[in-house]
Design a protein around this ligand. Sequence first.
Ligand SMILES: Cc1cc2nc3c(=O)[nH]c(=O)nc-3n(C[C@H](O)[C@H](O)[C@H](O)COP(=O)(O)OP(=O)(O)OC[C@H]3O[C@@H](n4cnc5c(N)ncnc54)[C@H](O)[C@@H]3O)c2cc1C
Length: 396
Amino acid sequence: MGRNILEYDICIIGGGASGLMAAITAAKTGASVLVFEINPDLAHKILATGNGRCNFTNSNINSAAYHNYNYDCIENIFDQFGYEDTLKFFYEENVLYDKRGDLYYPRTNEAATIREALVKTATDLGVEFIYERKIKSFNTVDDGFVIDRDINPVYCNKLIIATGGNTSKIPGSNGDGFYYASLLGHNVISPLPALGKLIISDRSLSKVSGVRTKAKVNTYVEDELIEFHEGELQFSEDGISGIVVFQASRCISRALNSGKKAWVECDLIPEYTEDEVADMLKNRLENHNTADAISGIVPEKLTRYIYNKSQGDLDKCVKLFKHMTFIPDRVDDKTAQVTTGGVDMSEINKSTLESLIHPGLYFAGEVLDVDGICGGYNLQWAWSSGYVAGLHASER
Ligand SMILES: Cc1cc2nc3c(=O)[nH]c(=O)nc-3n(C[C@H](O)[C@H](O)[C@H](O)COP(=O)(O)OP(=O)(O)OC[C@H]3O[C@@H](n4cnc5c(N)ncnc54)[C@H](O)[C@@H]3O)c2cc1C
């Protein structure tokens, strides 16, 4: 090696949630670790998680909460580093937690607490960082990788790609990892936005913009009911959102991408059957006009919307309360919290996350074709996969 070549046991591309966890895990074993981060600072995305509060794990972590056919692999990874290990890890880094139902947040209610704990731990362990350098090439050599051979080359024995996905407007979410993975011979399942708002081109939606209401959201693909979620539905100028919609969005993304018909049906009074709603409204009609008869069930703006759409017809009102249907154009990649798709898990060792194509190459986090539902599942995947990749990459 020439004098100007920097040498490390492990290089990690991506200083986000999974990359920092991989760096910390590897550095704890004594490995020398260099992290490339394209942004001027580390783990920027963590600050936006959980509305700035960071829902960093969940006590009900299980493979069924993840969308991937490779459940064995997901279980394998959580067996090595599960949610209790996450709590222990952060507790040891001075992070106290607050539990709400199954969901865990830092007790400070500030996502920065999680980010700072990771950055400080990595720095204290001697992990080094190179910021704002876009890697252009990799050369595989007998016992490792040379990164950017022509400009300030860096040699490493093991390489971990932890670049996240390509959705969200947060800088650094540009899908570079998918490109790197394909450069290194991996198949990438088409990355699509998930856990995002559904964009709907229906101008009348502007009339209900800002409304939030309880609903059950059924997702249909080609006339088949695929899944349903209950919770708060939110309307905006150009679409619908809220956790119920986010949960449905992955299935919609996949369906639309494969040219299938997909739509959602919102039941705005899930606690009553259609017959019960019809009877209730008919009874009310004895003393009220239609506009008054349908009031007091959903927020006023939405009641007016239903009244106008139904043109005052009571049967149509019942249908709208129980089956308000939207055909989404797409899932909004600006608000999407996660990417579904990514590096094909069938080409990855299920216990170590090492590439089956390139020995010494590992993947962690969202760059892999694993995505979870809302509720701390995606960060837990980042911690667990980062830990596993970091640990096995440090084995000599
Ligand atoms: C608004 C929002 C809210 C969310 N809330 C939650 C929540 O509350 N709970 C939860 O579990 N999940 C949440 N998520 C999802 C969660 O943040 C991600 O799943 C998780 O951060 C993925 O970790 P990662 O390490 O794979 O990717 P990231 O955390 O995105 O890290 C990837 C890193 O790689 C860097 N990078 C990219 N390309 C390059 C390159 N070429 N060279 C060098 N560096 C590069 C990026 O800048 C970034 O720092 C949320 C996501 C968003 C967008």
